[in-house]
Ligand binder design. Structure first.
Ligand SMILES: NC(=O)c1ccc[n+]([C@@H]2O[C@H](COP(=O)([O-])OP(=O)(O)OC[C@H]3O[C@@H](n4cnc5c(N)ncnc54)[C@H](OP(=O)(O)O)[C@@H]3O)[C@@H](O)[C@H]2O)c1
Length: 399
């Protein structure tokens, strides 16, 4: 029996993870703990259906709202980060699915790694912040990260004869990784991106995801984050990661080997597939996801991204090249900028401008960086981004 903790069970990844577990054999996979933040209604429903032994609501207000309503089979933990860290190291947990969004996942991820856990990781932001240091900690504590994000999962699945404990050993055989990008909702948009609204940015053509990653996909910042994620998880130099726009989202990424052979993972775009692989790994079990019909695939396109139109991708690749604390600053500034755009406080094109302004003012302290240097840079960048937002008059986005 695999006992599973789901951090962020009320989010897009969390809901899909529960859906996957529901479709698997009850005697082999069970939900040990779940966590939420604000969605109290869904959280209480999940507790009723999956009967986890533990549950934690991060926000204090939400915790107070549900504390008298949780049935006795589930122990409700107090609000805050300590509960997430506690659940990440439960001795009886066989798998920690981290479906949190943003830097809040950093502390629970470190806790899980130090407890030598197997982690199904969707929450890419901590890897962007401090990937190299986190991967080093994994080796030190014999922890395993199985990627959930569809592109790193595709790379993982396309690696030959390499298991989840040793994929960093594959570098010599790999000529390059082809990291595919759908291109987001503005791929073919010809007008000025200044005027696009949050609801346009949230209308992703292929994937239904949480708001933060959907906006990051529309700016292509998400692709830069994934390049950083793949670079660290598989110990590859950035030069070996080639980003290609592939609007059909059928090839989720590929590995080109030294002999010129390319191995790729193809499937319909549905996160339940990489989530299930991370849960059942190394087994492959039947899945409810609609199968790909090769006969119906009339065309698969691949082309270079337009870096002028999507400056966030340039900023991410530049931060990745520079290393040190630049990626942590990139990530934190982006989190502030995306929230400001969603709140209607800045224009879509101000996301890149704000992130750029914060990066310009930063000087990296440490190379290679420690976990604490990444956390400090994260804090510094948030304060800096907020200060710039307050000091400057921005045009408001139309909501
Ligand atoms: N969604 C996808 O298809 C997809 C694909 C690839 C990678 N990812 C990555 O997976 C992660 C999750 O994405 P998502 O789309 O599932 O996000 P989401 O729908 O926004 O869900 C985030 C989850 O984290 C919880 N949460 C948010 N802020 C929190 C905080 N401060 N403290 C504690 N919990 C908090 C939310 O709780 P409430 O909802 O209760 O507030 C929710 O359960 C992201 O890093 C994303 O980049 C997602």
């Amino acid at each position: 029996m695999k006992q599973i903790v789901i951090l962020g069970s009320t989010g897009s990844i969390g809901v899909s993870a529960l859906d996957v577990i529901d479709s698997l054999s009850e005697s082999e996979y069970s939900v040990l703990a779940i966590t939420g933040n604000t969605n109290t209604k869904l959280f209480l429903e999940q507790i009723k259906i999956f009967r986890p032994r533990y549950a934690a609501m991060f926000s204090e207000a939400s915790y107070n709202e549900i504390k008298g309503l949780v049935p006795p089979h589930t122990k409700l933990l107090g609000p805050g980060i300590e509960s997430l860290a506690f659940l990440s190291i439960l001795p009886e947990a066989d798998l920690i699915i981290n479906g949190l969004v943003g830097a809040v996942g950093f502390v629970p991820l470190i806790a899980a790694i130090k407890a030598g856990k197997t982690i199904a990781l969707a929450n890419k932001e901590p890897i962007v912040m401090a990937g190299r240091a986190l991967v080093d900690e994994c080796r030190r504590w014999n922890a395993t990260i199985i990627p959930v994000d569809s592109e790193p999962s595709a790379v993982f699945q396309s690696l030959e004869n390499v298991d989840a404990k040793s994929y960093f050993k594959a570098e010599a055989q790999i000529a390059q990784v082809l990291l595919t990008a759908s291109g987001g909702p503005f791929l073919k948009y010809n007008g000025s991106l200044d005027n696009v609204t949050p609801s346009q940015a949230l209308a992703h053509p292929r994937w239904k995801m949480g708001k933060k990653i959907t906006v990051d996909s529309s700016t292509l910042m998400n692709k830069g984050f994934e390049a950083i994620e793949i670079m660290h998880l598989f110990s590859l130099p950035l030069e070996k990661i080639k980003i290609v726009v592939h609007p059909q989202s059928i090839v989720h990424s590929a590995v080109e080997y030294q002999d010129g052979s390319i191995l790729a993972e193809l499937s319909n775009p549905d996160m339940r597939l990489p989530i299930q692989y991370a849960i059942t790994y190394p087994k492959r079990l039947p899945s409810p996801v609609k199968r790909l019909s090769i006969a119906e695939m009339s065309k698969l396109e691949f082309f270079e991204p337009d870096l002028n139109k999507f400056p966030c991708l340039c900023l991410a690749l530049d931060a990745a090249k520079k290393g040190g604390t630049y990626p942590a600053v990139l990530n934190a500034a982006d989190e502030i900028a995306v929230n400001a755009f969603l709140a209607g406080d800045i224009l879509f094109t101000d996301i890149a401008k704000l992130v750029h302004s914060v990066l310009k003012e930063h000087t990296s302290q440490d190379k290679p960086i420690s976990l604490s240097a990444a956390a400090q840079a994260d804090e510094w960048a948030r304060e800096k981004a907020k200060a710039i937002l307050e000091a400057k008059t921005y045009k408001k986005a139309i909501i």
